[in-house]
Write a protein that binds this ligand. Sequence first.
Ligand code: NAP
Length: 248
Amino acid sequence: MHLLILGGTTEASRLAERLAGHEKIAAILSYAGRTVTPAHQPIPTRSGGFGGVDGLAAYLRGHAVDMVVDATHPFAAEMSRHAADACARTGTALVVFTRAPWAKVAGDRWIEAADNAAAAAALGETPRRVLMTIGRLGLAAFRAAPQHHYLIRTIDPPEAADLPPDHRLLFARGPFTLDDETRLMREEAIDVVVTKNSGGTATYAKIDAARDLGLPVVIVQPPARPEVPTCHDLDACMAAIEAHVPAP
Ligand code: NAP
């Protein structure tokens, strides 16, 4: 069976590890090509957009793909929409493998925002020291709130044109520990954290640290996804895939 994994996430990498050397499933992992140095994978990879729904449908047909696992990030809404449309058009099986979003717990001071522009507005008029952890794409929205100082943590360098004027860059790739996050917020005298509600454990320590320090978190909620069968853990995803392996 030919399987296409739409990746760029921890979930996709864990699935790739599980599928490496599988007797009946030949899997390929697709990256958007945004990260300069993606993690090494134990299965073949490809990189770059497919060219919209038409391009993806042509890829699925051209490579005789039997099934797609959409393991993209919860905020990769366009890719998920394209996957749903292209699979419906070509009759290809599709399952979503994604982490559940974080749920607010007692002590959290969350300010929920629908998108980055709303998050920038939610920071308010008074200048604050902001820990920005939304990734390098989407920073441009915060140019509309230039009164704040932004400590911007990303994996790769952002585009200069996207940066708010008062900023400092910090390059790091998770997972981060609670101690590290607490120390960073204390040393940098952070007043507020901005994050996406990305779910998963790799970057949750900042939520714990902000709660412990009593800091507010402006949290951008994930966009709506197409209605597709969805798994939140690796075993369930493997079971969904193996159910599609043709009988010998
Ligand atoms: P997006 O806005 O949903 O997708 C934009 C376009 O990028 C898609 O239409 C597609 O181009 C291409 N693309 C996206 N994911 C792809 C993949 N896995 N393989 C091949 N092409 C892909 O996506 P995004 O939010 O920019 O995310 C890009 C990548 O980064 C994804 O792999 C995602 O899992 C990962 N990621 C995203 C975030 C986030 O916060 N958004 C965080 C961590 C990781 P075509 O239309 O040309 O096919």
